[in-house]
Design a protein. Structure first.
Length: 178
């Protein structure tokens, strides 16, 4: 009987852990999906500009974006977009058509160039406001504790009234440390 109870408890914990993990995953959208959703439910758009060959991009996926606090912020405050900077898709944005002119290995897509203002560094994150206008792009790999204040700085519109340095001084993290 004790063995059965232990097995049931372990199975229940496993189910809870699985359910919890599913709830904390980032809901990623395509660029077009985010623009469409933003027509009726206005949010800022977070664009992870990555490439398939970028090791730091993969590390950010596995560590930073897998963090429950980061996933929660992205899911609640933004439309989170994964954008392959080397895609061959044609994308319409802001009345313009963006393509990858290709022709060489690792050719950047025109939209990636526009979002990153020609500073092609991976990973990078572009932030758009509720009107789909570029606020800024931020290059580099970020750990959860370094990304969280940036996410909230834009989510709370703090950028309209203070510098990021001032914002950080009073920022309270929601990330649990072990």
């Amino acid at each position: 009987m004790k063995k059965l109870v232990v097995v049931m408890i372990v199975a229940s914990i496993g189910l809870l852990k699985t359910s919890f993990a599913q709830e904390e995953a980032v809901k990623w959208y395509s660029f077009e999906e985010a623009l469409e959703l933003n027509k009726t439910d206005h949010r800022k758009i977070f664009i992870d500009v990555y490439t398939g060959w970028c090791g730091w991009c993969k590390k950010m996926d596995a560590g930073t974006f897998a963090n429950p606090a980061i996933a929660k912020i992205l899911n609640e405050e933004y439309y989170a977009v994964k954008f392959d900077a080397e895609t061959n898709d044609t994308i319409n944005y802001g009345g313009k058509q963006f393509i990858n002119e290709g022709g060489r290995s690792r050719s950047p897509h025109q939209l990636a160039v526009a979002l990153l203002k020609g500073k092609m560094s991976y990973p990078s994150v572009a932030y758009l406001n509720e009107q789909n206008q570029l606020l800024t792009s931020v290059p580099g790999y970020y750990t959860p504790d370094r990304l969280e204040p940036i996410l909230m700085f834009f989510a709370e519109d703090a950028f309209n009234s203070q510098s990021f340095e001032d914002y950080q001084k009073s920022f309270k993290s929601g990330i649990k440390t072990n």
